[in-house]
Structure formats: structure tokens, C-alpha cells
Ligand binder design. Structure first.
Ligand SMILES: Cc1ncc(COP(=O)(O)O)c(C=O)c1O
Length: 1012
């Protein structure tokens, strides 16, 4: 206790002292607070003039040249690159940049003042996005450009942090006793000694030399882009090749990064944008990065020997060891990646090989024995093809028939084409079906009958010949090595062959141009596929050796396009003929902006374009999978085969309307009525929830002769003029039409945030009593009470489950006033709630009209209104009712099929079980994270309310989580008057894996907001 008090007092005295110095010397009146610093005193200065500064009082004995070097460098940057986010030196009114002044103990220190830059240090920023890392690269590249002409004697310093002098560790490695770690360091030292001569030949210049994650400041808002706002602390500057500067930043950027290779690609390409690097420099990055980490761990191990009681020294090594021990990054492949990220040849000579192939296009021997110029193309793309039906499993029978729609004769499959045929878990990069997945084809396919001979396009030497006979592999495969006349090598791969080639060819055998060297295998020989050759070009085998990926992750194509470019030249066809280009999302977005109204909203900062689906997963145009945790329209799952079959079958026959008899109409009606209690006897089929609610209003008026409606606030019942008037969510929105006088709003029965909360046992009745004044108001205005309309569980209002008994109490009052009770079950009906088929069952209430909407069509436009005979009879007194498409044969068959599937596949029970797991997991997150205010819901109708520290609605947090979930490939929604409630409402097919993915990912994202 007394020690703490002493320190506090000491710091206070120090701050007082330096505040006085600042006033006296710089004439700045300010509050000071101490900042972290290893040896020097650094203070954050909050000036009364509204300016912030950083005051630096160097350690006693600090060399003048060290401070002068920094001051001169900052001045140089300020003059040559004023836009760089580096601090400016603030001179005293007398013009001094640095002074020697006594501290409170009388010791002399060099003292100087800088402007303070905004932002938090990069170490504290989560997530560390590619865009931010790219910007770090740009800033570093610009800083190196700015410092290029800077000279100072101090730059020639001799010290351990100069990567050119990293060889010093070689004689000190024995300080690390763990033999595995020693071996890693030996390896690094060995690599370093190899590059040392190359390094020595590179031009030297002034570099920052310490862009660690505490010397980079980052600014930006939660939902906005994050940008580098400061590059600080030039205290480690020296003269060295600029690649050393980048390697040091890289050594920090990779630590604990989930995808270090992509982080490095972002960093290096950012640097290259600002300050172009040569391929030779890029090749040094990996050994230099590792050398820097080795210097760090050796240095801190030696420090630990000096200070054995300081645990921090060892703790600080942990991330570096985690990286050095845990990564299996292939140096050559990483180098190829970094070169590709900078648009440089992936290996020396790659550009010459491509120029050679281009020049020789048209003169290669025909691979398939024929001119391919006019050979038809067949697309197996995510957009164009439906192979396989289930994008998570390719059954043998489907693999053997892939592309049969393009016929038995010769046709070509595209290069660069995203496909879902690579369905098995081995193509995934994570544990979930929605994890990143390799989809983009890196070859051209030649589909032709089995046994078709192949001819070598040019002379080559057999590099590998093998039979890879596991299912969906290549079967027979040959890789040939080629050389251009200039001696640059490249390789071609031929997969799915008849493995008889393995008995004839050996590695090293020559294959002459035009020689028949193998034949296409059949499905029993070629991995199980429809007969074809997979023809792939590679400019290097370093890092892929003999096991080349045949497909790449769409987000890694910048690399794979460069390693395995389009082989069209070798086929004597133009690149464009075989190069697939998925629909351009940006163009679709632009067209949408041009041709659709701007109040048609689009979800996500970076919208998704979805082209395929299966159960509770969706795929974008690149085949990236998403877990659909939001859409209730595909009630029984996307692309359900039974719905496809019923729709196709009915469309083959005819599609007509309710003016003619058809058994599908009555069968559908009976199926719905079987799910409802006895008083419900009559169905109306319409096209949408909107139309059903519109009709409900007409029925209520017809039956009661009154017009007035009571409805909860923030409700939504559809988009037409009539139902907008009972949808406060719309009429009260900015620009909305406002409230009409025949509608009375009552407070939503939200017992988390509303007037009566969960600790009040009679809250249901209290909420219901709010109906009384509404009824009186309608009666006073002469409208009478036609009825009450409510989403049984308010959804857009925030996924609210009213207290039990609420609806029953409301209905009683409405009926007493002569009105009808309309239950809008669009969101809650058809088994979604798990324990209940309809929401009103949970409330112990019996409505007069039930409205069923979108889920009943599983994507086909369909709505249903169900009511009693008496109410239908009242309506029948009026003119004929007719909805052309509502009762169409097709709609009736689809609607019934959906309800049958819910029963046959036990989906209501699945909703109950998966919902219970989700709620349990979400409740655990509620305990763990303060920003989770409430978890509520039932079955697969769930809400997670996000709150600020003061309990208010945290809309920004909600938007952040929604967008981050999308980054992690989970589609989720947000609701509530303040848009602060995460809405989880997946198709009823969701399974344990999907639930696990939602909960794990949500946990991860909440931790970004609220780190432990
Ligand atoms: C509760 C509720 N009622 C009615 C509707 C309107 O349905 P539709 O868009 O099919 O017309 C919706 C649509 O979201 C809804 O959520």
C-alpha cells in the first residue's frame, strides 16, 4: 500500500515538475500524464490551448546525437512528406528543438516536445483487417521514400537491432536451452548467413527500423474503416536496406494473426504500392522476418539471465515462439504469394515463360488431337450449373455424370471458374460447412470419351507419373517439365488419365512434341469422374511440388492465377475463350442503383450476391459458402428437392386458378386446417403475407361493420396502403405516412425494456390493460372496433415474447368491444417455435383470423388466411373474392408439400432442439459479455439485445456484429426500434454444426468488442 502511494506521489511530483518546465520553457499551460516508456520519461500533454503534445524527457546520459537524429528526421519528413502521419517537433518560443533540463531529482535530461497524433496503438486493435495492414504497408513505404534522402551521422550506429548486424545472435544461441527451439534458431541463423551477402549489396538508406505494434497508431470508428494515424518513435533509426524496415513490421504483423500469409501479402503489397520493391528484395522478407524474431527471443533470453526475477522478459517472448514453433509456412510458396501480391513474376523467369507461350500460341501440338478453336465450352460454374445437387457432398453417381448436359463429344471446361463440384470436406479450410473453401478451377478441362488419346503440346520430360486412385482424386496423372529456349522451366499437369500410363512412363523420360503419351480414363480409373483431362500449367513447383492444388480459394486467386496461369496458349486458343468470369457484383450493384428505387434496402456494408443454396447454407458467385441464420422464407431449407420436384411436376401439367376445381386446393386447405383448432374451417389463398393481412382487415370490417383497429407499436403487416396503416414500423418511420385516426397504437408487451418488467408478476395483465384506452378512443371517434391485429410475437419490434397470457387478455377486451382478433403468424407459425406450431398456442389465446405468410411457400409467393365459417360468411355477403395466383394449382401443391416436409422431417422438433441449444449458448454469452443485455426467444425465433454501458440500445454494436458475422460467413439480421437486436431466425433445417458455428463465432466477435 505504502509503495503504491509512494510511486503515485513520485509520478505526481514528476508530472508537476515537468508541467512547470513546460510552462516556463515552452510557455504551454497543460495537464501531464505519464505514458509507457522503457527508459525515457514520456508524458501526454493536454494543453489548455486545446492542443495535445507528447513531452519526452530522455534518460539521463542519453546521447545528444540520438535525439538530434530523431528531431532532424521528423523535420525532414515534415518538409518532404507533410502528409505522413508522423509527429512534428515543437520548438520553444526561442526556437530550440531540444534542451538539457534538470528533472525533479536534479538529474539532467534532454527534453523535447512533439505534437500528439490521434489513435490507439495497433496492438490494441481487433480485428487486424487486411485493409488496415495494407495501409500500414503503404505508410511504411511512404516513410521509407520520405527518409531516402535523409542523412545523419547517427544512422551509422552499431547496435543489435540493426538487421544487417543480426549475425550477432549466432554466437549467443546457446542461451536457449530447449533443443527444439535451438534447432529453429540454428535454422534461422543458417538462412540468415545465406542471405547476408545479398543484403550487403542492397542500397542502404535511413529507415524507421522499429514499426512494432506499439509504434503504429490507428484511428477509426467501430463501423468505419480503420486507418494508420501515426508512425511514431524513430529512436531505433539506422541506415539499412529498406526491406529490413518492412521485415521488422512484418515480424510483428504475423504474431498471433489467424492468417499470417495473407496478412503479409497485404502488408507487402501496401508497401509496394507506395514504394515499389524488387523481386529480389521480396525474396529476403521471410528470412529477415524470422531473423528479427530470433534477435528478439535471443535478446530477451539474455536479458532474462541478467534479470532472473523479471517474468515479463519471458512472457514477452511467447508470441514470437508461438509463431516460430507453430507455423508451417512454406518459404517458396510465401515468396511466390508476396511477389504475386505485388504483381511481380512469381519466380524469376515466369514473365519470360508467359511471353514465350504467348508468342508460340498456335504452334503447339493439339493436346486432344484436334483444333480446339471452335470446340464448345461447358460451364460447371456456381451460377450456371447445379452439379452437385448437394454442394456439400458429391455422390459417385453424380461425379460420373458431371457435365452430361454438354453431350458426349469434345467440350472444354473453363479455367478460373468457381464450382461447387469440389464438395468434400478436404476442400474446406475450416471446421464448418461454411468455412472458406477452394472452388476456383486452376486448369482447363477437355471432356471427351474415355480412352481419347492425348498428345504432348511441346517437348517435355516426365516429372511425375502416378496413379492417385482415391475417390475424386486424379486416377492417372502426369506432370511434364518443359524448358523455353532461354532455359526457363515450367510444368504442365494432365489429370484423370487411364493409369496404364504409369506402366509405360518413368520420371525423366522424354516426351516429344505431338507424341501420344496417355489416354483419358473412365470413371473407374480417373477418380470417379466423367471422362476428361484436367490440364494445368504451373510456372513453378516450389511449394506445390508434385501435389498441385487443382482448385484455389477465391480469395487467394491473386496468387494462384500467377502460379498456375491460364494454359490457353498451349491449347492454341485465345485466353478469353477459356477464362471464366463470374457475374461482376459491382456491375450488378451499379445496375441496381440505376434501375431500382433507393428505398429498396440492401444488407451489409459489403453486400452479398447469392446464387445457390442448400438447406441452411447459401453460396455467392465465387462459391463462398454462408450459413443462413436469418432467412425464414426457406422454411424447410433452400433448394429442397421435394419442392423442386413438386413444382417441376405441376408445371409440366398445368397451372390454373380457383375458378376451376382441383384436388390440390382442398388437399392444401385440409392440411392447414389439421394444424388449427376446430373453429377454423375456411381458408383463403393469396400471394403474400401483405395480401393476407389486407384481406384480414376487409373480413374484420365486413363482420363487425366497424373500422377502428388496435395494434401494437412498431408492428409490421405488409407493404400495401391498407396494411401500412396498421404497421407503425412503416408509418412512423422517417418519411412515413403517419398514423391514421382509425388506428390506435398500444405499447409493445416488451417486458425487458417496456413499462412493466419481468419482476412484475401481473405484467401480462398490465400490458393488456393498455388496450382499454385505445378501445375507448376508437369508440369516441366513431370508428367502433373492427379488431386487433398483432404479430403474435413482435418481430421487427425486437423479437419479443410477450408475457404469458397477454394475448388472451387482450383478445377478451377486443371481443367485448365487438372486434375480431387477427393473429399475424407470418414470422412465428408452422413449427418455428419448436414447442408450438403457432405462437397463439403459447399465449393460451384463440384468434378469429390467422394469417400465414412467406414460409408456407418456401420461396414461392404464397399467403393464407384462415378463419371461421361465420366470419367467412359475413365476407361472402360482399362481392366475389378472387386472387389469381393465390390458389393456383402450383401454389397449392407447393404449400402442402412444405407442410408435409415439416412433418416428415421432424422440423418442428428440430427447431425445438436447436433453439434450446442456441438459447443456452446465447445465455452463456449474456453472462460473459456486458454488452449482451437480453437473450430471448423460442425455438428458432431468437433475439439478442445489445446494450451500452448505461443500458441504452447499442445500435452501433449491433451493426458491427452483423457485419463481422458476415465476414465470418454467417448471415444474421438486426431488428428493433433502435436496430440493436440481433435476429437469429434460420431455416428449420439448421443442425448442431450450424448452431456451434453461430455460438463460437459470436463469442469471438463479442470478444473483439469486449476483450477479456
Ligand atoms: C409479421 C409479418 N407480416 C406480414 C408480412 C408481409 O409479408 P409479405 O412480404 O409476404 O407481403 C411480413 C413480412 O416481412 C411480416 O414479417
Amino acid at each position: 500500500m505504502s509503495i503504491v502511494a509512494d510511486i503515485t506521489l513520485g509520478e505526481y511530483m514528476s508530472e508537476q515538475h515537468w508541467a512547470a518546465v513546460l510552462k516556463k520553457t515552452w510557455n504551454i499551460t497543460a495537464q501531464l500524464s505519464r505514458l509507457d516508456g522503457e527508459y525515457d520519461l514520456n508524458f501526454l500533454v493536454t494543453g489548455d490551448d486545446g492542443q495535445d503534445y507528447v513531452l519526452k524527457a530522455m534518460r539521463p546520459g542519453c546521447a545528444t546525437w540520438l535525439v538530434d537524429m530523431q528531431i532532424q528526421a521528423l523535420k525532414h519528413i515534415g518538409t518532404h512528406s507533410p502528409d505522413l502521419p508522423c509527429p512534428a517537433v515543437v520548438p520553444t518560443p526561442k526556437g530550440a528543438s531540444m534542451l538539457e533540463l534538470a528533472d525533479e531529482t536534479g538529474a539532467l535530461r534532454l527534453v523535447w516536445l512533439q505534437t500528439r497524433l490521434p489513435g490507439r496503438c495497433y496492438a490494441e486493435i481487433i480485428p487486424k483487417s487486411q485493409e488496415l495492414i495494407h495501409h500500414i504497408g503503404q505508410v511504411l513505404g511512404s516513410a521509407a521514400s520520405a527518409l531516402q534522402g535523409f542523412q545523419h551521422n547517427g544512422l551509422q550506429r552499431k547496435f543489435k537491432w540493426d538487421l544487417m548486424q543480426a549475425g550477432w545472435i549466432t554466437t549467443r544461441l546457446n542461451c536457449v536451452s530447449d533443443s527444439n527451439r535451438r534447432a529453429i534458431l540454428d535454422d534461422i541463423a543458417q538462412d540468415y548467413s545465406i542471405i547476408e551477402p545479398t543484403l550487403a549489396e542492397l542500397p542502404k538508406q535511413a529507415i524507421h527500423n522499429d514499426a512494432n505494434d506499439y509504434n503504429i497508431l490507428v484511428s477509426g470508428t467501430l463501423n468505419g474503416p480503420r486507418r494508420v494515424s501515426g508512425l511514431i518513435d524513430l529512436g531505433d533509426m539506422c541506415a539499412a536496406p529498406r526491406i529490413c524496415d518492412l521485415a521488422i513490421a512484418a515480424a510483428y504483423v504475423v504474431l498471433d494473426h489467424p492468417t499470417p500469409e495473407t496478412a503479409l501479402a497485404a502488408l507487402v503489397s501496401g508497401y509496394h504500392d507506395a514504394n515499389p520493391l524488387s523481386p529480389a528484395e521480396i525474396d529476403l522478407l521471410w528470412p529477415l522476418l524470422r531473423a528479427r524474431l530470433a534477435v528478439s527471443v535471443v535478446n530477451s533470453t539474455l536479458e532474462a539471465e541478467k534479470n532472473p526475477d523479471d517474468p515479463y522478459v519471458v512472457i514477452s517472448q511467447a508470441p514470437a515462439w508461438r509463431f516460430l514453433e507453430g507455423q508451417s509456412i512454406h518459404r517458396d510458396l510465401l515468396t511466390a504469394r508476396l511477389r504475386a501480391a505485388c504483381n511481380l513474376p512469381v519466380v524469376d523467369g515466369a514473365d519470360r515463360v508467359m511471353a514465350y507461350l504467348n508468342a508460340k500460341r498456335g504452334s503447339f501440338a493439339p493436346l486432344m488431337g484436334t483444333d480446339l478453336t471452335d470446340t464448345p465450352m461447358g460451364s460447371l460454374s456456381v451460377e450456371a450449373s447445379t452439379w452437385p445437387q448437394n454442394p456439400f457432398h458429391m455422390p459417385m453417381e453424380e461425379a460420373a455424370r458431371v457435365g452430361e448436359e454438354f453431350g458426349d463429344e469434345l467440350w472444354l471446361g473453363y479455367y478460373h471458374e468457381p464450382r461447387l463440384i469440389y464438395a468434400e470436406p478436404s476442400f474446406r479450410k475450416g471446421p464448418y460447412k461454411a468455412s472458406d473453401r477452394r472452388t476456383v478451377h486452376l486448369a482447363v478441362d477437355g471432356f471427351a470419351p474415355a480412352d481419347t488419346p492425348l498428345y504432348a503440346p511441346l517437348r517435355g520430360e516426365v516429372f511425375i507419373v502416378e496413379n492417385r486412385d482415391t475417390h475424386l482424386d486424379y486416377g492417372g496423372v502426369i506432370i511434364l517439365r518443359h524448358e523455353t529456349p532461354d532455359g526457363d522451366e515450367f510444368f504442365t499437369l494432365y489429370g484423370h488419365l487411364n493409369p496404364e500410363c504409369c506402366t509405360r512412363l518413368r520420371p525423366g523420360d522424354a516426351v516429344e512434341k505431338g507424341a501420344e503419351f496417355c489416354r483419358l480414363g473412365d470413371a473407374s480409373q480417373n477418380g470417379g469422374w466423367a471422362p476428361h483431362v484436367h490440364f494445368q500449367l504451373a510456372l513453378t513447383t516450389k511449394g506445390i511440388e508434385t501435389d498441385w492444388p487443382g482448385v484455389g480459394d477465391p480469395d487467394e486467386m491473386y496468387m494462384w492465377r500467377a502460379v498456375c496461369p491460364n494454359p490457353a496458349a498451349l491449347l492454341n486458343v485465345p485466353d478469353d475463350k477459356v477464362h471464366y468470369r463470374p457475374t461482376n457484383k459491382a456491375e450488378v450493384l451499379a445496375d441496381r442503383k440505376a434501375h431500382f428505387s433507393s428505398n429498396l434496402s440492401l444488407t451489409y456494408t459489403d453486400p452479398v450476391m447469392l446464387v445457390r443454396g442448400w438447406k441452411h447454407h447459401l453460396f455467392d458467385e465465387w462459391g463462398r459458402p454462408y450459413l443462413d441464420a436469418y432467412n425464414n422464407v426457406p422454411h424447410v431449407g433452400h433448394a429442397h428437392p421435394r419442392i423442386q420436384a413438386v413444382a417441376a411436376d405441376q408445371l409440366k401439367r398445368m397451372n390454373s386458378n380457383t375458378r376451376y376445381l382441383h384436388p390440390a386446393q382442398t388437399a392444401f386447405a385440409k392440411k392447414i386446417l389439421s394444424k388449427l383448432p376446430a373453429p377454423f374451417e375456411v381458408c383463403f389463398f393469396v400471394n403474400s403475407g401483405t395480401e393476407a393481412n389486407e384481406l384480414a382487415l376487409r373480413l374484420a370490417r365486413a363482420h363487425t361493420g366497424a373500422k377502428g383497429m388496435v395494434t401494437p407499436d412498431h408492428g409490421y403487416h405488409g407493404n400495401t396502403t391498407g396494411v401500412i396503416d396498421v404497421s407503425a414500423y412503416k408509418f412512423n418511420a422517417p418519411g412515413g405516412s403517419g398514423q391514421v385516426d382509425w388506428v390506435e397504437l398500444i405499447e409493445v408487451a416488451d417486458d425487458y425494456r417496456g413499462s412493466f418488467t419481468r419482476d412484475d408478476p401481473i405484467r401480462a395483465q398490465k400490458f393488456a390493460d393498455l388496450v382499454d384506452p385505445a378501445i375507448l378512443a376508437l369508440q369516441d371517434k366513431g370508428h367502433g372496433v373492427a379488431g386487433f391485429i398483432a404479430e403474435t410475437f413482435p418481430s421487427v419490434g425486437g423479437q419479443i415474447i410477450p408475457p404469458k397470457g397477454y394475448l388472451a387478455a387482450v383478445y377478451k377486451k377486443i371481443r367485448a368491444a365487438g372486434g375480431l382478433c387477427i393473429a399475424d403468424e407470418v414470422q412465428t407459425g408452422l413449427g418455428r417455435l419448436g414447442d408450438y406450431y403457432f405462437g397463439f398456442e403459447q399465449q393460451g389465446a384463440l384468434p378469429d383470423i390467422v394469417v400465414i405468410g412467406k414460409p408456407i411457400g418456401n420461396g414461392h409467393p404464397l399467403g393464407v388466411l384462415v378463419t371461421t365459417k361465420a366470419i367467412a360468411d359475413s365476407f361472402a355477403q360482399g362481392p366475389e373474392f378472387f386472387s389469381t395466383f393465390g390458389g393456383s394449382t402450383l401454389s397449392c401443391r407447393i404449400g402442402k408439400e412444405v407442410l408435409d416436409i415439416v412433418d416428415d422431417e421432424g422440423l418442428q422438433d428440430n427447431a425445438r432442439r436447436m433453439g434450446a441449444k442456441l438459447i443456452a449458448g446465447l445465455k452463456a454469452l449474456e453472462v460473459k459479455y456486458a454488452c449482451v443485455g437480453d437473450v430471448r426467444g423460442m425455438g428458432l425465433f431468437l433475439g439478442l439485445e445489445l446494450i451500452n454501458q448505461n443500458g441504452s440500445q447499442a445500435s452501433n454494436t449491433c451493426a458491427y456484429i452483423k457485419n463481422r458475422m458476415r465476414d465470418h460467413r454467417i448471415l444474421i439480421g438486426s431488428e428493433g426500434p433502435k436496430d440493436n437486436i440481433l435476429k437469429i431466425r434460420p431455416p428449420l433445417t439448421i443442425d448442431d454444426e450450424g448452431v456451434g458455428m453461430i455460438l463460437t463465432t459470436l463469442d469471438q466477435i463479442l470478444a473483439e468488442l469486449d476483450p477479456a
